[in-house]
Design a protein around this ligand. Sequence first.
Ligand code: LLP
Length: 435
Amino acid sequence: HGTSRVNEKGHLEIGGCDTTELAKAYGTPLYIYDEALIRQKCRAYHEAFRQSGFSYQVAYASKAFLCMEMCRLVAEENMSLDVVSGGELYTALQAGFPAERIHFHGNNKTEAELVMALEAGIGCFVVDNFFELEVLHDLAKERALTVNILLRVTPGVEAHTHEYITTGQDDSKFGFGISSNQALQAMKMAILKPHYHVIGIHSHIGSQIFETEGFVRAIEVLSAFLNIVREETGHTMQVLNLGGGFGIRYTEGDTPLPVASYIQEVTDAVREQCTAYNYPLPEIWIEPGRSIVGDAGTTLYTVGSIKEVPGIRKYVAVDGGMTDNIRPALYNASYEAMLANRANEAPTETVSIAGKCCESGDMLIWDIQLPTVASWDLLAVSCTGAYGYSMANNYNRITRPGVVFVKDGSAHVVVERESFADLIKNDRVRTREFV
Ligand code: LLP
């Protein structure tokens, strides 16, 4: 997919770069992002919304993968940016991302984070709870600012990838419940606050969703809610933010819809509800993360030790693992992989890919078919672009891999590989003399 192909040497090539050369130049493990594919995903969302005729914003959910160059790229692609912490906000601001296109999420934004966002003049705060409703307003008032807010609500629709449950989601740490009437209460309070400009509501029903049914159900609940708000307060909302969650294909069993179909079904549902309630068409905002960067990322590893448990299993260990991709250990997530240096050889054996961490659960892939693997082969695990680097950690004091963007035959380091010096830079010792 994307610009990946097997070249004349039988090597995996991405963005016109031979991955065996990338391994030599930058070492492994290495995150490789296909820049053209990221841009293509952003453009597909824009195109789908243009077709719909709705006003819209597509906010990239930066939690999926963020670094300063990624901010620059998504800014260039006319995306807005969803941030959920001071760190993500800081990264975006340092990269020069336009503040008015930043949306700030989170169920427990600290006072320092709120002040930072207020002073930066971000476009919108997604207010999550009653505490924030008061604190943010006080901080805005002290600074004589009026800020745009969305209220995060829970429509009582929860997506479990394939199924939707209409109870349960209310029992969430995020947002104001619609069914408990807290959302209506919060809305009335917010509307009365002079330093708020309440522009709409937000809901996020889950992640890695393959069908539009859950979104359509949520849109029904949200529309009924907006209608009640209008009846009780006289206020119409201009923004309906439907969150992220559009699924991608990690392995064969995953069958996402094309972005154009998602957006068409979602916008049709909003139009239908608005017609039914005679409600002015809102702007539609969405927040895709995984579906922008997931397939664009590949992690390249070097194979080291290979252990055969006679008659049971062959463990192939690589030079990374749960420190650069915690998703298999955390969620039982599945991935596909190939040998990057022997990309055109047919599979001959079933092996399991182990990481190098001191933890039995540090397995990246169980039972995958590969050509007979040898130590020093290069293993490319695909679709690691979302929540790989962003959830990377230093367990065992393993350094985080570098990140390169590849396009048209050139590679750019966008995050340097961590060094051992980075690992100790915040350590403080009282003395270097040991007794
Ligand atoms: N908006 C909100 C409010 C969210 O909570 C999320 C994801 C997104 C947007 C983006 O969702 P996406 O389009 O990427 O599915 N660490 C997990 C995923 C956690 C997602 C949390 N919220 C994973 O590795 O699968």
